[in-house]
Design a protein around this ligand. Structure first.
Ligand code: C5P
Length: 400
């Protein structure tokens, strides 16, 4: 039996026909040991009455920001703080859009914006709305921020159509929540992690730079997973257009030199995870004006950049676990182990080359993590899952 014993779940119910299933969801959550409070959007109340939720949750149900009596009993900020987890189910296309863009124009969206608790959404809508590029983009943004998405599933929909858009079954939603609560709940609490992510850009002149194709997705996934597991996370991000994961403090940098300064200033920490693809060379000087095409060839003089990872590992405030990444195209193990030794690292995660769909811009990846005394193959799996597996290895070392 799935267990959510003692977990305080704030269930936000939105306006879709699947709202009726949320009544059953409350029962299942309570059966699994959770304490449940319910907030409803205006739309949700057209499908199910507050009395049903009140009866199954055993708690007063909130429907409005402007209910003076309810606010006096437990203010909405207090309610947002009360929650160990926010579950939005069913999550409509409209609410997902509002959450993705930070709207707070009703009780549910305000609660979602005011909480620091991890968030799970279980979408349900017409399949064409689910497949619409706007909904896909909103979901992608929420996922980047570390929001857990459950479903929807394929099947018959309310309007006599069929497709992906049905709310996941309440028992499946509870099972997923219990698994994620049990697996890593707060196991990194009390630890401080510094993570670097993304590329660096080394400016040539006011309009050009030398950069690389790193998307930052792996590092952001690590930061998101670590924060979800209770760590204090400082994310030093190169130029990427990814949303900041919930609970993560982010510092944006551009060049390798700026990355170094930001990372060293963020120490001390228990672990440093250098997932950034830092430029090894930068132009010796940045031209004050745009470089003109005056000759057939142009020679750039590049100089070595500081090696942040090696500096962190050699620093007097060296984190107990220093982790590097190795993007290699050949002789992966030899090069990775060479770096482990040379830079005095605890772990180095090498991309397994030749694995379909892995690498820089992909959402999936496959890594082999080398330590002095062994190697572990992780994935192929979504970067979000790999992040948790890598954090398991780091947590193991920090506990040792
Ligand atoms: O030696 P190489 O650049 O392949 O090593 C990659 C690892 O070193 C990554 O973890 C990267 O973040 C880090 N690195 C760094 N500073 C550099 C170059 C690489 O921190 N200037």
């Amino acid at each position: 039996m799935a267990s959510l014993t003692g977990q305080r779940v704030l269930l936000c119910v939105c306006g879709g026909i699947a709202a009726y299933k949320a009544v059953e969801l409350v029962r299942r959550l309570r059966d699994a040991g959770a304490l449940v409070r319910v907030a409803m959007t205006e739309g949700a109340q057209h499908f199910v009455g507050t009395a049903s939720f009140q009866a199954v949750s055993g708690e007063p149900v909130r429907t409005s920001l402007w209910d003076a009596a309810a606010e006096a009993a437990m203010g909405h900020i207090e309610l947002a703080r009360w929650a160990d987890r926010i579950l939005v189910a069913p999550a409509t296309a409209d609410t997902l859009a509002k959450l993705a863009h930070g709207f707070a124009d009703d009780l549910v969206t305000t609660l979602c914006l005011a909480t620091t608790a991890p968030m799970t959404v279980a979408p349900a809508m017409n399949h064409r709305m689910w497949l619409h590029p706007a909904t896909r983009a909103n979901l992608a943004l929420l996922r980047e921020r570390g929001v857990q998405v459950i479903g929807p599933v394929d099947g018959p929909l309310a309007e006599g159509e069929s497709g992906p858009g049905r709310l996941s079954e309440p028992e499946d939603i509870v099972a997923v929540l219990a698994r994620s609560a049990g697996a890593h709940a707060g196991d990194l609490a009390g630890l401080r992690l510094v993570v670097s992510a993304g590329p660096t850009y080394e400016d040539l002149d006011p309009v050009r730079y030398v950069g690389n194709r790193s998307s930052g997705k792996m590092g952001f996934a690590i930061a998101a997973a670590a924060a979800r597991r209770g760590a204090e996370v400082m994310l030093v991000a190169g130029p990427v257009s990814l949303a900041t994961p919930a609970g993560v403090t982010r510092i944006d940098v551009r060049s390798a030199a700026q990355l170094r300064d930001a990372v060293l200033a963020a120490l001390p920490a228990d672990a440093y995870i250098g997932a950034a693809a830092v430029a090894d060379y930068a132009p010796r000087a940045v031209a004050g004006n745009k470089i003109k095409k005056s000759s057939d060839t142009l020679t750039l003089e590049l100089v070595r950049t500081p090696d942040t990872l090696a500096e962190v590992a050699a620093s007097p405030s060296r984190p107990r676990c220093v982790v590097g990444f190795a993007a290699e195209t050949e002789e992966v193990e030899a090069h990775a182990r060479g770096k482990l030794q040379k830079k005095n690292l605890d772990l180095i995660a090498a991309n397994r080359v030749g694995v379909q769909g892995s690498g820089f811009e992909s959402d999936d990846n496959a890594l082999t993590v080398y330590s002095r005394d062994g190697a572990r193959a992780l994935g192929p799996a979504p970067k979000i899952r790999l992040a948790d597996e890598l954090l398991d290895l780091i947590a193991e070392r920090l506990r040792a």
